[in-house]
Ligand binder design. Structure first.
Ligand code: F6R
Length: 616
């Protein structure tokens, strides 16, 4: 969740580190810090708040040096503060370290160090690492790389770390387990990042460290990589890959915010997620990444979908797609609950993990459980080369392009598209779908980008609705069938970026309790396109109006019934019922966006959140 960047080369490190922090800020933004190797030793600057605060603070200070490490934090242990910000340093100030992840046994390790007289400066788990490494180095009289390996063998949990030490001012040490770390190889320079964002400006040649790897980076020698699990400490030759990322994808491209840009990118994202996967001539839908396991999927007794947050909502949409089309039972699970529930898993189950980042700790843990219990484990993720992409047996990328806004938008619609393609491909092969239904769905799927485009034109109209919703302390979102997950997603979008309390319910469920909340002050946003439960939703709306609730509806173009019952209405183009989420979710994203702007919230970096939740 935190962002890590480090530099070793011939240039001034500071501007590169600062630029990297800005690009990584979506991973965490409650404090930031930089440590630079200077002739006098390590100089460190830290600040609570955004990277801008750190930058302002550093103006007019000495930021020289061509080796440095920098970090932007999402607090886990210890509140956001200067003291808890990274880097953390050894007691004598000769070693500095940045960390992403969690040291799970930090209490025991800390106690052991405290017993030896070490004085801690922060409340973080990370500080244990720097003291532990220093302690090992001093006691065992070993080199720093050796000390790092010995120390990391004592550490339980996850880490991506970068270390500099005054003892060897030309050396940068990195290590990773359970959370990503990349070494970018430039021209006589190395840029390290917790993802490709701070690297791509300088090089596309990268090494993805494997779990347990410790890399020693110097300008005068080739990179040495060894692994903490290798008792012989042998070095392996690094495997250099090309980063699949463009600089333009990381810019705002004329939009005020990443989130708005990403909302508007949805026609392209959905198109890209279908690209090369539908062959109209041969009349096949094919997802190359899962072909090897297709037979297992065709023979599946059950699909278990695991995910968190918005990806979980995509899983709920998939439940409708798979059960309707493939006629196999589907269970959709919160990964965080599934992993601790001792679930019953059969060898002929197929577990599908869905994740934008491919780094969500709970979803990755669910993947491990699925694998251990013998299920076929398939991944759907957006970030190429992510841990999920490597840990699942097979999978499909959602191909939405990088998503920087913390709230998921385009990756949600891209996930649904991939899941629809998967369901269609399996259904056709199993013969559980008629050819006319198959062709209609393919047709409608192909029309989805244009239909999403047309909904984007309603932004101004939705802005007016936002003026109304922004004045309310609560909101309720209702939907049925395949649009119930869209109600949940609408509520999640609103609460996470505008901080208005919002709940999503299946429309019929409200009479079992939530209807008690309805009064003139409660906007009720009903997702009610043409679908087989339309008349039932009309009755649910009547019940709300009878209690003086205010209806804001999302309906299919040409609707006359619900429109008349609503204070505000947004019309979306007609599309097959199973694919309606692709269009009904768009107005809800735009609504949340404008409510957040009106309430002066930072839509790209909502409070307390971070983009990839790599801690449990
Ligand atoms: C909501 C949001 C989160 C993520 C969740 C899972 O807008 O961004 O709820 O959907 O943290 O993240 P991924 O998909 O990366 O596993």
């Amino acid at each position: 969740m935190c962002g890590i960047v480090a530099y070793l080369g011939q240039k001034e490190a500071y501007p590169i580190l600062l630029g990297g922090l800005h690009r990584l800020e979506y991973r965490g933004y409650d404090s930031a810090g930089i440590a630079l190797m200077q002739s006098s030793g390590i100089t460190m600057y830290k600040k609570k708040g955004r990277v801008d605060e750190l930058q302002k603070f550093c103006n007019n200070l000495d930021t020289s040096g061509s080796l440095g490490i920098a970090h932007t934090r999402w607090a886990t242990h210890g509140e956001p503060s200067e003291q808890n910000a990274h880097p953390h340093v050894s007691e004598d100030g000769s070693m500095a370290l940045i960390h992403n992840g969690i040291v799970e046994n930090y209490i025991i390790l800390k106690q052991q160090l405290v017993n030896q007289g070490v004085i801690f400066q922060s409340d973080t788990d990370t500080e244990v690492l720097v003291h532990l490494i220093k302690n090992v180095q001093d006691k065992e009289k070993v080199s720093l790389p050796e000390a790092v390996i010995i120390a990391l063998r004592m550490v339980e949990g996850t880490y991506a770390i970068a270390i500099i030490s005054k003892d060897d001012p030309n050396q940068l040490i990195v290590a990773k387990k359970g959370t990503p770390l990349l070494i970018g190889i430039g021209d006589n320079e190395y840029i390290i990042g917790s993802d490709g964002a701070p690297i791509v400006e300088y090089t596309k040649q990268v090494i993805y460290l494997e779990d347990g790897d410790v890399g020693v980076i110097r300008i005068d020698k080739p990179i040495q990589i060894s692994n903490v699990n290798d008792s012989k400490n042998l070095h392996r030759s690094p495997y250099i890959q090309t980063l699949e990322l463009n600089l333009e994808q990381l810019e705002k491209g004329g939009f005020d915010t990443y989130m708005l840009k990403e909302i508007y990118e949805q026609p392209k994202a959905v198109r890209d997620s279908m690209r090369g996967r539908i062959n109209l001539e041969k009349d096949v839908v094919s997802l190359g990444g899962i072909l090897e396991y297709e037979q297992k999927m065709l023979n599946a007794r059950r699909f278990i979908i695991v995910a968190c947050g918005t990806s979980w909502h995509a899983g709920l949409v998939a439940e409708h797609l798979f059960e309707t089309l493939v006629r196999v039972p589907v269970e959709v699970e919160y990964a965080s609950e599934f992993r601790y529930r001792n679930p019953v898993i059969y060898e002929d189950d197929v577990l599908i993990a869905i994740s934008q980042s491919g780094e969500t700790a709970d979803t990755l843990a669910a993947v491990e459980i699925g694998k251990k219990r013998g299920a076929t484990v398939i991944g759907i993720c957006n970030v190429v080369g992510s841990t999920m992409a490597r840990e699942t047996m097979a999978g499909s990328y959602s191909h939405a392009g990088p998503e920087i806004g913390v709230a998921c938008t385009k990756t949600f619609t891209a996930q649904i598209t991939v899941l629809a393609l998967m369901a269609l491909s399996l259904a056709k092969k199993k013969g559980t779908i008629s050819m006319s239904q198959y062709h209609k769905l393919i047709n409608d799927l192909e029309s989805a980008p244009d239909k999403i485009e047309s909904v984007l034109h309603y932004e101004q109209q939705i802005q007016r609705i936002a003026q109304y919703v922004a004045t309310k302390p609560n909101a309720m979102f209702l939907g049925r069938g395949v649009n119930f997950p869209i109600a949940l997603e609408g509520a999640l979008k609103l609460k996470e970026i505008s901080y208005i309390h919002a709940e999503g319910y299946p429309a019929a469920e409200i009479k079992h309790g939530p209807i008690a909340l309805i009064d003139t002050n409660m906007p009720v946003i009903v997702v009610a396109p043409e679908q087989h439960t339309y008349d039932k939703v009309v009755s649910n709306i009547q019940e709300i109006i009878a209690r003086k609730g205010t209806i804001i509806s999302i309906v299919t173009e040409g609707d006359s019934v619900i429109k008349k019952m609503s204070k505000f209405t947004i019309e979306v183009p007609k599309i097959d019922e199973l694919l309606t989420p692709l269009v009904t979710t768009i107005p809800l994203q735009i609504l949340a966006y404008h409510v957040a702007l009106i309430r002066d919230c930072d839509v790209d970096k909502p409070r307390n959140l971070a983009k990839s939740v790599s801690v449990e």
